[in-house]
Design a protein around this ligand. Structure first.
Ligand code: LLP
Length: 418
């Protein structure tokens, strides 16, 4: 029995996918404010330890309106680049609410954060040395590689042996030397072991590892365990969500007793990106062609990999729904095996391969479920396609355009031709 995300969550409310595309055009990112707020609240209440704050990982979705909502809910944010800092500040985040966790940045980029009073974490000895040279006596955090990595694909595992991220544990003493050489004030430790876990055991192990190391540092103000909190992308086949209750209980008990032993009032942080925004977003597109080739039925849509990269880049699965005349087409005995493709000039431009869907006709609308994280934020103008518009279904049910579609003029904006 296939589950329908939009029905279970009343995702579109009074706004049918057809009405939305008629009003705002296709393809279109649609977000649901209620779901976004609920996910923020899940993370805020994850543990019962009093000094705990989730920071939203901006790279997952940097739409300013969504960031404003996330800020309103009380989350902080992490930034990977000056661009993300800039956008976060426009959304109202204050410097002390932003944590800069870059990788391989220039002195100028470091200074961008330092000049704004935004705390930065160094993720290599070399970056720590550079930081010390330009900001001697300043406060800094260290991103450590706790030795355990996880993730839904090897490209998103960010700790362990095979990764460019973090300071290795055997280098911690050298890091301490650099810190004293430049008279730096080490205020926090952070890690991020990878993206998407649904079984929290490896995450908990990495938390314990980081806390063991943290004992060797005096006067820390915070410890940040990173993100990676997964969502079930295969809801239609019954995949279960992350057991937040179990994770929260384990985490609460570990951090509470650690803080007691450490003997100091310490802040704990996490950096969820996907968990906060993935389920609040659906990408809608339109079927423009249907063809058979080599026994495969290709459903040709306007959802090219310029609009959503995840399936092509990571072979990632997204559940799919089909809508016609404003209604969801339920699956049934006439379902057909099809391959959903986009409009980009590459054979790899495949959204979903060999899936059973109701008998699709030209003009039908395709919904890519759980597209709110790493969807628009990884979209591009490849093939000189225009990036989609983004629309928010507000709490009251009304819709508002929160980012306009690119225009043809946008494609020429950066050229210096006369
Ligand atoms: N903190 C740091 C330092 C990170 O590098 C990341 C993600 C996060 C937090 C948030 O991770 P999350 O909670 O969203 O799993 N584009 C890929 C995911 C790349 C994640 C990169 N770093 C995807 O679409 O699956």
């Amino acid at each position: 029995m296939i589950k329908y995300f939009t029905i279970e969550n009343n995702f579109f409310g009074e706004n049918s996918p057809k009405k939305l595309l008629d009003t705002y055009g296709s393809p279109l990112y649609v977000y649901n404010e209620q779901i976004l707020r609920r996910r923020c609240q899940d993370m805020l209440s994850l543990v019962s330890y009093p000094k705990f704050i989730p920071s939203f990982s901006t790279k997952a979705n940097s739409n300013v309106k969504l960031l404003q909502i996330i800020k309103e809910e009380g989350l902080y944010a992490d930034a990977m680049s000056p661009g993300e800092i800039y956008v976060l500040e426009s959304a109202g985040f204050r410097p002390e609410e932003i944590f800069f966790i870059p990788n391989n940045v220039s002195k100028e980029e470091m200074s961008y954060a330092i000049d704004r009073g935004i705390l930065m974490s160094a993720d290599s000895l070399s970056q720590l040395e550079t930081f010390g040279q330009i900001n001697s006596g300043g406060s800094v955090a260290l991103r450590l590689n706790p030795g355990i990595g996880i993730g839904h694909h090897k490209k998103v595992i960010t700790a362990g042996l095979d990764t460019k991220f973090g300071i290795n544990l055997e280098d911690v003493e050298i890091a301490k030397d650099i810190i004293s050489k430049y008279n730096l004030n080490l205020v926090g430790l952070n890690q991020h072991i990878g993206s998407l876990f649904l079984d929290s055991t490896p995450f908990i192990e990495s938390v314990k590892n980081l806390l063991d190391i943290a004992r060797g540092f005096k006067n820390l103000q915070f410890i940040d365990f990173g993100g990676g909190f997964g969502i079930p992308y295969r809801k239609q086949s019954g995949e279960n969500p992350l057991d937040l209750k179990q994770l929260g209980t384990r985490l609460t008990s570990i951090i509470t007793s650690w803080a007691r032993d450490y003997g100091q009032d310490i802040l704990f942080k996490i950096e969820p990106g996907r968990y906060i925004v993935a389920e609040s977003g659906i990408l809608l597109g339109t079927v423009h062609s249907i063809k058979e080739n080599g026994g495969i039925t290709y459903i040709g849509t306007d959802i090219g990999f310029n609009t959503i990269m995840r399936p092509v880049l990571y072979d990632a699965h997204h559940d799919i729904e089909v809508y016609r005349d404003g209604n969801l087409l339920p699956s049934g005995k006439n379902d057909k095996k099809v391959t959903i493709v986009g409009n980009i000039c590459e054979s790899g431009d495949i959204i979903s391969k060999d899936i059973e869907l109701p008998n699709i006709k030209l003009g039908d609308i395709i919904g890519i479920i759980d597209a709110g994280a790493y969807g628009y934020s990884m979209a591009s103008n490849y093939n000189n396609r225009l990036r989609p518009a983004e629309v928010l279904i507000e709490n009251g049910g009304q819709t508002s355009l929160i980012r306009r579609r690119d225009t043809l003029d946008d494609l020429l904006r950066n050229f210096t031709l006369t």
